[in-house]
Design a protein around this ligand. Sequence first.
Ligand code: VG1
Ligand code: CO
Length: 546
Amino acid sequence: MSIQTVTTTPFAGQLPGTSGLRKKVTVFQQPHYLENFVQALFDVLHGDAPATGQTLVLGGDGRFHNRTAVQTILKMAAARGYAQVLVGQGGILSTPATSAVIRRRGANGGIILSASHNPGGPDGDFGIKYNATNGGPAPEKLTQAIHERTQTLTQYRLSNAADIPLDTLGTHTMDGMAIEVIDPVADHAAVLRELFDFDAIRRLFASGFRLRYDAMWAVGGPYAKAIIEGELGAPAGTVVHAEPKEDFGGLHPDPNPAYADDLIAHLMGPDAPDMGAASDGDADRNMILGRRFIVSPSDSLAVLAAHATQVPGYAKGLAGVARSMPTSTAVDRVAKALGIACYETPTGWKFFGNLLDAGQITLCGEESYGTGSDHVREKDGLWAVLFWLNLVAVTGQSVEQLVRGLWSAHGRCVYSRHDYDGIPTEQANALMAELRAKLAALGGSTVAGQPIAWADDFSYTDPVDGSVSQKQGVRVVLQDSSRVVFRLSGTGTEGATLRVYLERHEPDAARQDIPAQEALAPLVALAEAVARIRHHTGMDAPSVMT
Ligand code: VG1
Ligand code: CO
């Protein structure tokens, strides 16, 4: 055995946020930084014991520093006594694919190297997250324990072995630990094949249906190419920007109308395809577009729930559904009509895990372009695209018709999110503190001409394990149930991002085509009046509106 013990000292701030630990690449490049975090993770998972007999899954979204980090973690896993590591070829595994591999191979857990939708490259962001044996993101109790451990670490251990060749499939041994370089697509594809009517989708493409799938130069490319072009017969070139690049071509791999502007241009253009789709850095997010029609992620979740029984994997119906608190109430209305439960959780996929494990929900989603089901324990971009393709194929309706069907049955939840990026942290905290201090007085008052029914700071008690998460977002709800939600992002790496979520229900079909920003203008005025966004941030307008 050639294991070395390295003396180290703690780094401040190794606290995972909404989804893992995210920092600038330059922070992760500091000597001992990644090692400290991984050692803390292993210490929390295994205490003083070696990880005898255990299997770890390892991969990332291919961004800059991915390969270096993979080699380091392999050496640390070997030193920890893991029996086996399953690593994606080229160090690549999308987030949903990692979840699929953990579950199908019965692994004990997995490490995903990704900062998801954050930009990459030497000046960009890097990230690391741990998924447990159910394939889902580590719960808060675990991430908290890891953070505490990072504060007391004095040493870490790693093998002196040479790097492993990652680009070819095969098996290796490192200090007694087996390493298998696996096909990153196979397990995920097997899971998806069981859920959807691939024959119906094949017929759809054969009939001339045109899709443009923008992988945003990120990890979704290889998966979408293999399944949509390879298996489902979509013409070559259906999946664009398909080759994962270390810097995502210098772009934000964030599928929303602001950053996927190239896709929007194609779908709005004269020769627009029938459907557009995009996925993010680690391919867990999805954006869906119809021809000259943008689908709001909250509506997407509601449409999938409403039509789920038309897809083979959900033919028996849904146990229940869940959405993150800021996500629109469109899915609540569908759930009510179906007679199934709808849960409201804090932002972040980790909060769906217990409900999925307990069989209380089948579908879940977030306003941030995330949708998924109990097939894995992560949101899943390709899954959502296949679900939509399957629905279009079997209903004969276009993307737009499916969404309009939702609106005519349940009214339209007009929705938008306004992000204010790069606010100095103290100023963002001051804004939230001032808002929180006002909450008690807001209920029953009238602000900017609008009667407020109630206001609170969202607190969640997990219905399965009873754990409580407080301060999950400030809600200001009007008498007509319109609402504004305020929270600070937990995924950024520079200053703070304020997210303002706006929702208003429009039952009147004649008014459902009013552009969202226009329909929501009174709520924007309300948000400014209660939170004094201009005063605290110095910004006149949001950085991004989705
Ligand atoms: C954002 C989204 C949240 C999502 C998270 C991770 O978090 O709002 O809904 O779960 O990103 O998505 P925050 O704290 O910045 O609002 V991903 O695709 O970046 O892993
Ligand atoms: Co992501």
